[in-house]
Design a protein around this ligand. Sequence first.
Ligand code: PLP
Length: 370
Amino acid sequence: MKKTLVPDYIRNLKTYQAGKPIDEVAREKGLTRISKIASNENPLGPSPYAIKEMTQALWDLHRYPDMHAHKLKTALSELYKLKKENIILGNGSEGIMGYIARAFLAPGDEVLTSEHTFIGFYILARSAGAKLVKAPLTEDFRYNVKEIANRIHENTKVIYIANPNNPTGTYITKSEFDFLMKHVPDHVLVILDEAYFEFARERDDYPDSMDYRYDNVITLRTFSKAYGLSGVRVGYGFAHEDLISNLTKVKLPFEPNLIAQVGASGAINDHPHLERTVSKNEVEYKRLFDYLDKNGFSPIPSVTNFICIKTGSTEKSTWLFENLLNQGVIIRPLSSNEMPEFVRISIGTKEEMDHFYEAMDKIISEYNKI
Ligand SMILES: Cc1ncc(COP(=O)(O)O)c(C=O)c1O
């Protein structure tokens, strides 16, 4: 048989597609007013505390970062009342998913998750040669814990749950989480991806994973969303120390980098910035939901900083994306999530959302004729 460098599971991978960058749209369209509401970022920007810390740290860039990230881990352990041995940091929470894939997944292992969830995870699981098993969502676009439980069997190695989910914005409740955990054997690792935790935690029936103690669950959170630090890449994971120590063995020692570590240490103490972020998001969420509802889009109720809507066809999604882009508004089509008949809109600042409404008002009657 002919030898090949690239295994089929790598050759068949599709490259991750991010939201269109602002500079690219400015260049391609020759526009100056651009509103990017495509990547669920914090529209208020980073915390001024984070900026101050990061600016000062520029003078130390000739030094390697602290590989034990003492300052940031101390801040996290104080905030969440945990030992440092229970914490791992990475280049974004996606970086930690990469460590999990490297440490625990081998070709042939099964990874169980849902359809229409975070594609970054699909790519990482597939890149380890794992077989992805996807349960369908419920009719109201939520993770279907019964369907997931039905698919657990002896080859299942990892279960991935994004709670809340991206791109639907929905969440599994406490009782659904309890139901699922009753069906998960101890040797199966459950990844609870809580990238949007800060937006969802006020819901009474949202299962905050810090209220549970399972040795086979790892919680992943991030500074990329509510903390406004997507650009420096820093995320964190909480789990049993045995799990963390094994993940640490495969972790690249100096991730996250120096600027990311100090930025996150600054951001974590800026409670007013976080509160402002969440409260402004609530105001603009409500406005966006009402606008979409009024215009017949049936938005999916979301507990995050984005809303997913059904256009009904690939053609309509593409048309909407392109016609908003022509006016400088960047939203996210969802064909790579295998939801081509949906698009996702992130919640921006008031000004960015006004731009979106103005742009929509200009094209809505034409859109309705497609
Ligand atoms: C559900 C979910 N998990 C993880 C991530 C990645 O976050 P990070 O920037 O921390 O790698 C995202 C980013 O969009 C996400 O939506």
